[in-house]
Ligand binder design. Structure first.
Ligand SMILES: [Zn+2]
Length: 422
């Protein structure tokens, strides 16, 4: 991997994230027309997406999810969610580990607060949700269900009490590591970096964290983790796991994509792999181009960061992202079929009950496949799956039922563990 991971969002080797205005507007014509049948399938589903980085925008930019600005390049707004019939979004609580050193918990709380504030601002169209029942209630009331997942175990500051506090505040999954190895879980993002202290997977404390998550009813997310951490987690967990935003390594060689053996293991565990939409994870050519430019891109971001620091200005996600977005826009977007190939591959290898959607919206510097410019375009995925011969029943599983099944099972295991401890 490159040294780039320090400021990276979701890739091990690439820098990804949100935002810049006025450049690289996405290609409008994707060639995908949504038929009445696809629309009907979409509109009769509870669509669940397990990963969006929009809270960075809430906090850093003061972005209002109620925005209807046609020039806003963001993937998520209430309007866009409505158009795509997105029913539930897991908002990512991601704490950049370098710029927030020494205050991981504080920043975690600030991001959690930012999601609640959005829900409070739009009570008629959005509600906080903490369970499958809540998601179904939101669906009946035609509101977006807002859930939260912590992306990166460093947020708990090696403290099981903090982990429990996050659960009490409503966090319903935690990605054991982000691109950075923490004190108890190795990450795929820096596993080859000899300067980083690794643990050969999960430490004993890490295993305790997994079991405590099982006990509370917090889903265990294995996106981003090193391969050994994945296998240790599978051996430890009492409940099904999720890969909240991960694609297939057999198709694209990104180290945080999942091998076929891993896909089969998740199937055996009863879990779900929610496919990541980022071009660098779904298209090998895009990945190669991104790797080739990573050094120059990193230098450009660093130069800007140094400039801000020299001026005594704070470095925000938005600032870094603006530059990253410009670099990503230099690489041609793959067709939508690249994304569908990953859904199809995971459905074939793991089974139709073990694949879902984990877009990584607002976390990939605008680098999504052609035609997918926001949550409003989700029906195009349904159309593409129909075109490949998937039934309405199977498409409903992919759109959300599989994730809801796992969530329900995690709730059940939690009740069981708590009852047997009495
Ligand atoms: Zn990520």
């Amino acid at each position: 991997m490159t040294s780039f991971s320090r400021i990276c969002r979701c890739a091990a080797v690439l820098c990804l994230s949100g935002w810049a205005v006025g450049q690289a507007m996405p290609a409008k014509n994707s060639g995908t027309e949504v038929s009445a049948k696809a629309r009907q399938i979409q509109d009769s589903a509870i669509v669940v997406d397990t990963h969006a980085d929009t809270p960075q925008r809430f906090l850093d930019e003061g972005f209002d999810i109620g925005s209807t600005d046609p020039n806003d390049p963001g993937h998520i707004s209430l309007d866009k969610a409505k158009r795509g019939n997105l029913g539930a979004e897991f908002f990512s609580i991601w704490v950049e580990p370098e710029t927030n050193k020494g205050q991981f918990a504080k920043h975690t709380f600030d991001l959690i607060d930012s999601v609640y504030e959005q829900a409070a601002r739009h009570p008629d169209r959005m509600m906080m949700a903490f369970s499958v029942d809540d998601i179904e209630k939101a669906h009946r009331e035609h509101k977006l269900a807002a859930l939260m997942g912590i992306e990166g175990g460093h947020s708990i500051e090696n403290d099981i009490h903090l982990l429990r506090d996050y659960y009490r505040l409503g966090v319903r999954y935690m990605t054991l590591s982000w691109s950075n190895t923490n004190e108890w879980a190795d990450s795929s993002g820096d596993i080859k970096d000899e300067k980083v202290q690794h643990h050969n997977g999960l430490t004993d404390f890490g295993k305790q964290v997994v079991l405590e998550m099982n006990r509370m009813g917090m889903m265990v997310d294995i996106s981003h983790v090193a391969d050994k951490t994945f296998w240790d987690t599978i051996a430890t967990t009492k409940a099904p796991v999720i890969a909240s935003h991960s694609s297939s390594r057999a198709l694209v060689s990104a180290p945080r994509n999942m091998t076929d053996d891993m896909l089969r293991a998740v199937a055996k565990n009863g879990g779900v792999v929610q496919v990541n939409f980022f071009n660098g994870f779904i298209d090998q050519t895009f990945l190669k181009r991104a790797e080739d430019q990573a050094k120059d891109q990193e230098a450009a971001v660093q130069k800007y960061v140094d400039h801000l620091k020299a001026d005594g200005k704070p470095v925000t996600y938005t600032d870094m992202d603006r530059i990253e977005r410009e670099w990503m826009a230099m690489i041609p977007r793959p067709p939508l079929s690249a994304l569908i190939d990953h859904i199809d591959h995971i459905a074939k290898v793991a089974g139709i009950d073990h694949v879902g959607l984990g877009s990584d919206f607002d976390g990939v510097s605008g680098a999504t496949p052609q035609g997918i410019d926001s949550a409003a375009d989700l029906p195009k995925i349904t159309q593409a799956l129909l075109d490949r011969g998937y039934s309405a029943e199977d498409i409903h599983k992919i759109l959300g039922e599989n994730t809801l099944r796992v969530f329900r099972e995690v709730e059940r295991v939690s009740r069981e563990m708590q009852a047997s401890a009495k």
